[in-house]
Ligand binder design. Sequence first.
Ligand code: AFP
Length: 332
Amino acid sequence: MSAMTLQQFLSREVQFGAMDPKLPPVILSITDACKTISHKVRQGALAGVLGMAGTENVQGEDQKKLDVISNDIFVEALCASGQVCGLASEEVPEVISVPADYPIGPYLVAFDPLDGSSNIDINVSIGSIFSITTAVRPKREAVEADFLQPGNRQVCAGYVMYGPQTQLVFTLGKGVLMFTLDPNTGTFVLVQENLRVPAEAKEFAINCSNMRHWEAPVKRYIDELLAGETGPRAKNYNMRWVAAMVAEVHRILQRGGIFMYPRDNRDPKKAGKLRLLYEANPMAFLMENAGGRATNGHMRILDIEPESVHQRVAVFLGASEEVDTVTGYHAQ
Ligand code: AFP
């Protein structure tokens, strides 16, 4: 029997009454946008998409050309879905309204159109991350307050990873699914269902160059991992750092581990580097649906009440045993 395509999966969910028929157009608009982005990523310099755009995003970070191009592709596709009433993008300071020439629908989408930008020009994996929630009051002029819902209210979240394969991974709150883009047909094909994160980890991911800036619980936890079988954990660990959250999460969903981006003392005012609404929340939703955990060191990420659209947060996610350990150290 041929493998199921994304369209067939979504149609079946609607047919069985397991999915709002207004949701597939939103998901398909995202995956269509990601197919276009994938094509441009694969062309690289040949498509004139590498290098800096000469602009800054709301975080004050220099935007790469492909960041801006990817954002515009996401905005156009999502507005054309006819089922969204507001967008929030890492690349745009204010909430994005749906132009009057498009109908609106019940969904809000927060997204990082291209995560891991520092990898673009060196041909290393990058990805797009998305988070879909239902607007409390769907209206055309969505405002920031509409997006300030805890991550436990997400209806769908996931990412598309532009690696050796282009793969879509998402959850509807009932387990994690993985699809591979078939370059011959241009369709996403279901390759794995019910991805699980083992409770025990053999690998950890953190940017160790920040070690001197970490808080004590993080230093203690990492020192124990580095001590390996000679220390209290009594086993050796391997380390990975791809500098693209999508790639780290994908590895953890495939073979386990823990990913961390703690807050640090470089800028005590910043709660962390990663953004809550369109990086931490969608990845936390995936992790919990795969049997993993995700905290900010003190509480479940999905329970954090957002205060602003571009709010940052510390992130510890992956193997339950490891996230519980490092979170427990913060409580001591
Ligand atoms: P960029 O999109 O600016 O490259 O940041 C990527 C990211 O937000 C996340 O995807 C990585 O895990 C993390 O930052 C890498 O941060 P460092 O560059 O400080 O290691």
